[in-house]
Design a protein around this ligand. Structure first.
Ligand code: ATP
Length: 352
């Protein structure tokens, strides 16, 4: 992979608190990447190192092979769009979008042409004379992104740009950002703590926890192949269930009459992660449903397994109610084995 953006062992501290802990990552030119992780894991801090609003104590930040450390934001072509749109309230849409061009003393003809291009791209035609307070939240966010894009940035940084919008608008804007990114091809880094948003919008996810990158790869791969317990637990709704069990002679006993074969794990305690959609009706585990919840086109069945609560997502046609006997089998590709102490994924293959 040719890195366009590169972090090499970046450390950022606030007094004794380590907000970025030796972060190394690479992002290719033209990619659309999401920084994902729980609140406080360092997503915004990472973006700020890229935009130049903050400087790391250690390590290098490179764009297109050039070291960015020490360069102030205005010398980097990497505008940051925040969740608060930060438009100039006393300026019209035209003036807001063309602000960066005005600073560059671009001629009026160029400003008119580029603003018109942006208005069309963002479906804002006819709104150029309005002030921000005369626009909806979604329109204001479009203007904010247009203002960043009009200067043809090297990198577009979007920090939770959709979090002030209602659910429907969020979905609409998400599709629009994806479309515009594809059209312009601008390398984009998008911050969110919403896993569904990250899974649906981007080419790659960088999942962080307490200042440490946990895994970087395309969304489906991260879902199907989590690097550790944290990644497996962060992605998925309803979430994966974990069971503390033992490997014994190449098998894991989930219940008296139901076991899984495991290749490549030594005998001893393990943490088994089972995604709810791994279960289906079939010969295997005999149990009783403790709760059955209708979820639109599928059923969420809760039952007990190895002393823990387990969830299965089943086809709506399965029917049933709390207390009903149910027999379930597993899709082994959605079952993962982790080290119970460190949470690292073990290189073990589960066979049905
Ligand atoms: P959120 O999703 O809530 O926006 P985040 O992942 O973007 O979270 P950051 O804003 O990067 O998290 O913050 C990472 C950690 O660094 C947090 O624990 C935060 O309290 C701390 N932090 C951030 N900025 C400062 C600062 N200027 N001074 C001290 N601590 C800070």
């Amino acid at each position: 992979m040719d890195a366009y953006i590169e972090f090499r062992n970046v450390v950022k501290k606030f007094d004794d608190f380590v907000a970025l802990d030796h972060v190394s990552l690479q992002i290719p030119k033209g990619a659309f990447v999401t920084l994902l992780g729980p609140s406080g894991c360092g997503k915004t801090t990472l973006m700020r190192q890229l935009a130049g609003f903050s400087e790391p104590e250690e390590g290098d930040v490179l764009v297109d092979g050039k070291r960015m450390n020490g360069l102030p934001p205005f010398k980097r072509n990497t505008p940051l769009v925040f969740q608060e749109y930060a438009l100039f309230p006393h300026m019209t849409v035209y003036e807001n979008i063309s602000y960066g061009l005005k600073l560059k003393k671009a001629p009026k003809e160029e400003k008119d042409r580029k603003v018109a291009e942006m208005l069309e791209m963002f479906n804002l035609q006819g709104l150029d004379g309005r002030f921000p307070k005369q626009l909806s939240g979604g329109q204001q966010q479009r203007v904010a992104i247009a203002r960043a894009l009009v200067k043809r940035p090297d990198i577009l940084l979007l920090d939770e740009p959709l979090s002030n919008l209602d659910a429907r608008l969020r979905l609409e804007m998400r599709e629009e950002i994806r479309r515009i990114q594809t059209e312009t091809g601008v390398t984009t880094v998008f911050v969110t703590h919403d896993q569904e948003e990250a899974m649906s919008i981007t080419d790659e996810i960088v999942l962080m926890r307490t200042g440490v990158v946990q895994q970087q790869c395309p969304p489906q791969q991260m879902y199907l192949n989590p690097a550790n317990r944290f990644v497996a637990g962060f992605l998925g709704n309803p979430p994966i269930n974990f069971f503390r069990l033992d490997v014994c002679g190449g098998t894991v006993c989930l219940a008296e009459d139901y076991m899984l074969r495991v290749h490549g794990a030594a005998d001893g305690p393990v943490l088994v992660g089972i995604r709810p959609e791994a279960w289906r009706l079939g010969q295997g585990l005999r149990t009783a449903a403790e709760a059955v919840e209708m979820r639109g086109k599928d059923l969420l069945v809760t039952f007990s397994l190895a002393g823990e609560r387990a969830r299965a997502i089943l086809d709506i046609t399965a029917g049933g109610a709390a207390g009903d006997a149910v027999e379930l089998t597993l899709e082994p590709r959605l079952v993962y084995i982790f080290d119970p102490e460190t949470g690292a994924r073990l290189d073990a293959e589960v066979a049905g």
